[in-house]
Design a protein around this ligand. Structure first.
Ligand SMILES: [Cu+2]
Length: 509
């Protein structure tokens, strides 16, 4: 294991060392000023983290090993060949597939010119393997490697990506599928589809886009994108009725499904009448997708890995970081599974080929899908076995989403990211987060290390780790504080997160 500290700000290094010291570490700024009872945080180096991992693991558990090489290279999107960064030269990166309860061991080799980490999105894993720089581990320097090893606690559709800067908006992402050995199944085939918005290698990279947003200080359209084409064009910001306001801050020239543009799609050979389980993942930086097969309803079975009461829908909205599993019955025709970039006029697709003949024109199919009602995922009830037991919260934290101000600054409770000013919780508590969106844009809010339950219509919403909060909307989510550590909680718009919209759910001793 190479866990050397990278060169970096001394403050960051101290912070990490303090966290690593585990029990007894008091944090952070302001705690060393002689105040008496400074809170003691459960850091990634705390003995409690190993205890929790031991409780999750089983004697004789299977281990699955993988090597992940983050590397620059060229990929063919269909409409364009681009220079970008990927895992292992593939886009998406090669899927990792395990069973619930397995020990997953992954060696990350950093072949990038920047430091990086891997975050295992959605998993309630041990805190020191969560991949958040400084908070849970040092960044992995260029040329260095890091060994991740953790028990995978829950079945479902997950994914992984870096948690450094805006690297997520390059090609660094891949599915992580956790099978449930006890699951009944009820489908003939599986199709994992990763949706993405794409600009890397088309004239600017995500670092330049972020720099442009910060410099323009307008929190709206990234002006450097005006000449890119393929977006909404003109001075108009992307807007969406479904999203209740602004649909994004960045114009992308391409939208991808499994690494391909709509004009050169991936195809899946199927037979009429077959039941196909779709595992859909939105890996975008700044784009929600409206997904569906026009004219064919799907049965939504899971959100963010956890079962919901099966619900029929023709179209569903997938925010950045969200996943939906759905089963469709293949019709007797060649049909597209569409991803429509919400409010941005972009289309991508995977073609389901059940016979001869051409796929319908994607633009025509998109028009048909846009006419169909869209299911509100936050209102789907959790399936009974995964629903939280009814309990009043021990603590309620307000999470006020603000911005952009004074330039391109996005805030939580009036401040940008400061790990010393997180939301304190204690193990054993039922915690409620009350997200209040005061902005004109939607925010898919993601909590690391836990799967909360949205309080949807009737109080019982879905179990999720990422939930869209619409403009001017307030939603509440509950979770049990059963996975001690320091857990990032942030907007999964990668530009909002980097511009400040992050905080920490911070376990105290
Ligand atoms: Cu946001």
């Amino acid at each position: 294991m190479s866990r050397q500290l990278p060169p970096g700000p001394v403050l960051d290094r101290r912070r990490f060392l303090a966290l690593s010291a585990g029990a007894g570490a008091t944090l952070l700024a302001g705690c060393a000023t002689g105040k008496a009872a400074a809170p003691v945080l459960v850091g990634p180096g705390s003995p409690r983290i190993s205890q929790l991992e031991q409780a999750r693991s089983r004697p004789g558990q299977r281990s699955v090993d993988a090597v992940l090489k983050a590397t620059p290279g060229e990929v063919d999107l269909g409409a364009a060949r681009v220079s970008t960064w990927t895992y292992g030269g593939e886009l998406p990166g090669r899927e990792i597939r395990v069973r619930r309860g397995d020990l997953l061991r992954v060696r990350l080799q950093n072949g990038l010119p920047q430091p990086t980490t891997v975050h295992w999105h959605g998993l309630a894993l041990r805190n020191d393997m969560d991949g958040v720089p400084v908070l849970t581990q040092p960044e992995v320097a260029p040329g260095a490697s890091f060994d991740y090893a953790f028990t995978v606690p829950d079945a479902g559709t997950y994914w992984f990506h870096p948690h450094v800067g805006v690297q997520l908006d390059r090609g660094l992402y891949a599915p992580l599928i956790v099978e449930d050995p006890d699951e009944a199944g009820g489908y003939d085939q599986e199709l994992v589809v990763v949706f993405d918005d794409w600009l890397d290698g088309t004239g600017r990279n995500p670092d330049q886009v972020l720099a442009g947003l910060l410099a323009n200080g307008m929190g709206g359209m990234d002006m450097s994108g005006m000449d890119m084409g393929g977006g909404s064009g003109g001075m108009t910001m992307p807007r969406s009725e479904l999203l209740g306001g602004d649909a994004g801050d960045v114009v992308y020239p391409h939208y991808l499904a499994n690494g391909r543009t709509a004009d050169a799609p991936r195809t899946l050979d199927v037979r009429p009448g077959q039941r196909v389980r779709l595992r859909m993942i939105n890996a975008s930086g700044d784009t929600a997708f409206r997904v569906g097969v026009p004219g064919t309803s799907m049965t939504i079975t899971h959100t963010d890995g956890f079962a919901v009461v099966p619900t029929s829908a023709e179209a569903v909205l997938l925010g950045m970081g969200e996943r939906i599993d759905a089963v469709i019955k293949i019709p007797d025709a060649v049909v597209p599974l569409l991803g429509l970039a919400e409010g941005k006029d972009g289309i991508t697709q995977v073609v389901l080929r059940s016979g001869l003949g051409a796929a319908p024109d994607a633009a025509t199919a998109a028009k048909a899908l846009l006419k169909r009602p869209v299911i509100q995922v936050n209102d789907l009830p959790a399936a009974e076995p995964v629903a939280l037991t009814a309990r009043e919260p021990d603590v309620v934290h307000a999470v006020k989403l603000g911005g952009p101000e004074p330039g391109y600054t996005w805030t939580i409770n009036g401040r940008t990211y400061d790990p010393a000013a997180g939301l304190p919780v204690r193990e054993g508590q039922r915690v409620r987060l009350r997200f209040e969106n005061t902005t004109t844009m939607f925010h898919p809010m993601h909590l690391h290390g836990h799967t909360f339950q949205v309080r949807g219509a009737g109080g019982i919403g879905p179990r999720k780790d990422t939930a869209i909060v619409l403009p001017k909307q307030t939603i509440e989510v509950d979770f049990d504080a059963d996975n001690a550590g320091q857990w990032l909680m942030h907007c999964h718009n990668v530009y909002h997160g980097e511009a400040g919209m992050m905080t920490v759910v911070s376990y105290l001793e």
